[in-house]
Write a protein that binds this ligand. Sequence first.
Ligand code: G3P
Length: 227
Amino acid sequence: MIYMLDTANIKAIERAKDLYPIKGVTTNPTIVSREGRSFLPLLKDIRRVIGDENMLHVQTLGLKAEDIIAEAEYLKANLGENIYIKIPVIPEGIKAIRILKDKGFNITATAIFTSQQALMAAVSGADFLAPYVNRIDNISGNGVEVVKDIINEINSYGLHAKVLAASFKNVQQVHELAKAGVHSVTVSPDILDAMIHHPLTDWSVEQFVKDWEKLYGEGKLTKDVSK
Ligand code: G3P
């Protein structure tokens, strides 16, 4: 499982990178606009925080293939080699994916709502496929089932693309996809925390500390009481 963080908030990225095994950050125009900052300095700050070894997924705005390609070249020139160009699966986007893949770009096909969109993007050369799980659920679809279909199609056609499931609103959606063997997920900072949180874990840790302190004193660690 590859975990990615779906935010452009620097503080949230710093915290999550410190705590969790994050392999990349994903953004989109909405996520970027929430930060209220100039685009390129913000993205460069994210690159600085995550380092060159982690993936940075950045979305293009163009609606014509030539504009998407020009954006991809600009983004790669400014944000380093380990960048994934996020391209929505509109027809011009599919064209851009093919051309950019031939030029050696890393591609994430995004705004995926159906398995057929995902399949065509994968055949066109996309490295990651980003289906929007919760947005599918919100139109009375079944996001988890759509993603399972995509995983099956990739496997049965032997395609190289990985599924990067996105748009989660709860841990259960992530859980269902983990059981289905999803390759990667991108989640908001609060979902990431919720994935590890359990009140009984916190209660157990509190009890351990209380019991320990009865004998060894407050604030003492194992290394402090070895004699
Ligand atoms: O990465 C795509 C994702 O950001 C969309 O999520 O929560 O806006 O549906 P959401």
